[in-house]
Design a protein around this ligand. Structure first.
Ligand SMILES: NC(=O)NC(NC(N)=O)C(=O)[O-]
Ligand SMILES: [Zn+2]
Ligand SMILES: [Zn+2]
Length: 507
């Protein structure tokens, strides 16, 4: 018996040690689950690589998640694996500076997992999450921590966070400084009701307070620039017997003068707090408001502006009665406005594009009732922004290089991500390979990763430009219509490196 025990013990010990070793190595190996490719060092070749020096035929060397070199022609060693995309375009992944992922708190609206899967499938390699629509809003160190914790092991692309500037923290310099020190890339505020009670609007005094703190950190203030002008219209005013199912009715409740008035207020606030950068989100009015923005920039203010694909793709005339999928604020305006937006974008007066992906549960869109005044305002679009921009933009002469400037290079600067947004040696290997001429029907058979594909205004459209592969930090996170087994995107928290405001604006 005693002899048997002495034989069994070493055996059990040996099995146990093997088990521990197996678990250890398999958890190490599972890092390779971050990518659909088994390589750490490899080349990606294409006949159309979009670099800051133009579109080249060549290859990008990826090593340890970084772009190790960029070469023209076939100037690379055969001993290292090569992934060839032929005529497909290889360019920097898109950086979406305006996404509402709604987690924690409203994960039934979207969430980190579904949202970043959609982003990866759409060629977006970094997105910056808005501080509202999640619950609680990201307005303090504690709530930023909740965001980062909620994102843990759920993000397929890199995700940064804007903090919120709200009346509750605007006069509390220490609280704002703590939020920025904790890693918020900048702050976001609303000059009108946000549609979410837990994210109240700010007035000019709040904004000036926020700007003076942001100036010290050299990080931007992003502003939803509309102010409610009661004299002209009234939010949710449906008592005049107007048809609430008609898009025209909604359009009249939010005239371009709301955008213009907000920009005038911002101009004044900026004069008093020099040094801070202001970024106007989702500009819709391409006339007086944009002229005003051009003036403010000409006078030397550090100001930038984005617009979104839905303002460039749709016009108010085509929105059918009751089709609240198209409701957003500021509203989609008439065809002539859309046309002018494209012209201004291509002339360099609009600095960048963003999705403003702002979904909700379908119930809140009131699709049956079709009441434009009561439905949730926000367009669901994240996975489609690349093909949408391309499909509509190519008709206006949009080039691949402009696409990269608007969707990668300038957004990277706004978010302070100096190692992203361009295919240059030393940058993160965040890339998208896509086929601009491949058309597809966006119908219910199309594989969409948004939590609620049916609420997207793009459903039913025919689009051009199919994403073949998306690389984040050298990992192939999406390819052949599949995602990598593990979500290995990184949370992005601002460090000491300041974001230089003047670099963002276009002359
Ligand atoms: N609460 C929201 O997400 N609002 C958003 N809604 C839109 N754009 O309709 C926004 O960015 O203002
Ligand atoms: Zn907004
Ligand atoms: Zn938004």
């Amino acid at each position: 018996m005693e002899v048997l025990r002495w034989r069994i013990f070493p055996l059990v010990f040996l099995i146990f040690s093997f088990l521990v070793l197996y678990i250890k190595t398999s958890s190490k190996q599972s890092n390779s689950d971050c990518s659909l490719l088994p390589y750490e060092h490899y080349w990606i070749s294409s006949r159309r690589i979009v670099t800051p020096e133009g579109v080249i035929n060549g290859a990008v060397e990826v090593k340890g998640g970084i772009i190790a070199s960029v070469v023209k022609g076939k100037n690379f060693p055969g001993s290292i694996p090569v992934v060839d995309y032929g005529d497909a375009v290889l360019m920097p992944g898109l950086i979406d500076v305006h996404t509402h992922l709604d987690e924690p708190g409203r994960v039934e609206w979207e969430g980190f997992s579904s949202g970043t899967k959609a982003a990866a499938a759409g060629g977006i390699t970094t997105l910056i999450d808005m501080p509202l629509n999640s619950y609680p809003s990201t307005v303090s160190v504690e709530t930023l921590k909740l965001k980062v914790d909620a994102a843990h092991e759920k993000i397929y692309v890199d995700v940064g966070f804007w903090g919120g500037l709200v009346p509750e923290n605007a006069f509390n310099t220490t609280a704002l400084e703590n939020l920025l020190n904790a890693g918020a890339l900048g702050l976001k505020s609303f000059m009108c009701p946000s549609g979410i009670n837990d994210f109240p609007m700010t007035n000019s005094t709040h904004i000036k307070e926020g700007l003076s703190v942001l100036a010290k950190f050299k990080r931007p203030l992003l502003v939803h620039a509309e102010v409610v002008l009661d004299s002209e219209s009234n939010l949710n005013h449906d008592s005049k017997g107007s048809d609430v199912r008609s898009y025209e009715t909604y359009l009249r409740t939010r005239p371009p003068t709301w955008e213009e008035a907000a920009i005038r207020e911002l101009q004044e606030a900026m004069q008093e707090t020099r040094g801070a950068h202001v970024h106007i989100v989702h500009l819709s009015d391409s006339r007086t408001s944009l002229d005003l923005i051009k003036d403010v920039k000409r006078n030397g203010a550090s100001l930038s502006v984005e617009t979104c694909p839905h303002y460039l793709a749709f016009s108010s005339e085509e929105i059918m009665d009751g089709d609240t999928r198209f409701k957003c604020s500021p509203p989609i305006r008439e065809e002539a406005n859309r046309h002018k937006l494209w012209e201004s974008l291509l002339d360099g007066h609009i600095d960048m594009l963003s999705s403003d992906h702002s979904p909700s549960v379908p119930d809140l869109k009131l699709l049956e009732e079709g009441n434009f005044l009561k439905a949730w305002g926000g367009i669901s679009s994240l996975q489609y922004v690349l093909p949408v921009t391309w499909t509509y933009g190519r008709k206006y002469g949009l080039t691949l290089s402009q696409l990269v400037t608007l969707w990668s290079e300038r957004p990277a600067k706004l978010a302070g991500q100096h190692l992203k947004g361009a295919i240059v040696t030393g940058n993160h290997a965040d890339l998208v390979a896509w086929e601009p001429d491949l058309e597809f029907e966006l119908d219910e058979n199309y594989k969409t990763y948004h939590k609620h594909p049916s609420i997207s205004a793009y459903m039913g459209k025919r689009l051009s430009g199919k994403v073949l592969a998306t690389f984040v930090g050298g990992n192939l996170v999406y390819g052949d219509e599949k995602h990598a087994p593990r979500a290995c995107g990184a949370p992005i928290l601002a460090k000491e490196r300041p974001i230089f405001a003047k670099e963002i604006a276009v002359e």
